[in-house]
Design a protein around this ligand. Structure first.
Ligand SMILES: Cc1cc2nc3c(=O)[nH]c(=O)nc-3n(C[C@H](O)[C@H](O)[C@H](O)COP(=O)(O)O)c2cc1C
Length: 212
């Protein structure tokens, strides 16, 4: 297992050029989807959505506002990471209802937990930085997706080189309470992508991992 993980970590790179003829199988996609859905988030609030943009016209429009990066149009699945711009009581209630349903408990058992969450992210100190908070949760899902893909020998490119406001317009997110933060192109590397053979540039482990 350790070797498998080490190999996957080294095999993964941010693919610059995807082979547009190769598509992810339904079975693999279901696992990738699970990596997004099962990602952890603060309180478990899941302030995210994952928009899988498969429509070629939409992809072209998104590419135009993503520095022209070809990953947008050439990858198998293009996942736009969207976050909730404001945390409200309705979202917290939805989460409580879901927890009561999944765990088969009365929702009133969760009143204390609900109060704590609301006192923090809805009305408390974190409500002032909620967009920042929600974006950070979303990046955890990005990491889970990339690592899961690498273990399946599926390539990814995390993408921040895009205009989030333009994405919101194209994807009809304006005024919905949801906004774009980043994206991940998922698929298979092109044989001609020279970067796949480039050595990884990382600071020395001792400089970034410190035991205290
Ligand atoms: C949040 C984030 C955003 C990134 N945005 C882009 C991007 O828009 N286009 C791109 O080609 N690479 C992008 N990258 C890839 C990085 O440049 C790359 O991960 C880094 O240089 C390390 O190389 P490696 O991932 O190949 O090991 C992004 C990476 C991260 C984590």
């Amino acid at each position: 297992m350790n070797e498998t993980l080490q190999q996957a970590l080294e095999w993964r790179y941010a693919a610059k050029k995807f082979d547009s003829s190769k598509k992810i199988s339904e079975k693999d996609w279901k696992t990738l989807e699970a990596s997004l859905v099962l990602s952890p988030s603060s309180y478990g609030l899941q302030p995210w959505k994952f928009l899988v943009v498969q429509n070629p016209q939409l992809r072209q429009q998104l590419k135009d506002v993503s520095w022209g990066q070809t990953q947008v149009t050439d990858c198998s699945h293009y996942v736009v990471l969207v976050y909730k711009t404001k945390m409200d009581e309705a979202h917290v209630q939805k989460y409580m209802d879901r927890m009561a349903q999944v765990r088969n408990i009365p929702v009133s058992n969760l009143d204390g937990f609900k109060k704590v969450i609301i006192g923090d992210v809805v009305t408390g100190p974190r409500s002032g930085v909620i967009e920042w908070w929600a974006q950070r949760q979303t990046y955890i899902a990005m990491g889970f997706l990339m690592e899961t893909a690498a273990l399946l020998k599926i390539d990814t490119c995390p993408m921040e080189g895009l205009d989030p406001k333009a994405y919101d317009k194209i994807l009809n997110l304006e005024g919905t309470g949801w906004a774009t933060v980043a994206a991940v192109a998922v698929g298979y590397r092109h044989a001609e992508d020279v970067l796949q053979n480039a050595k990884k540039v990382r600071f020395e482990t001792k400089d970034v991992v410190q035991f205290l």
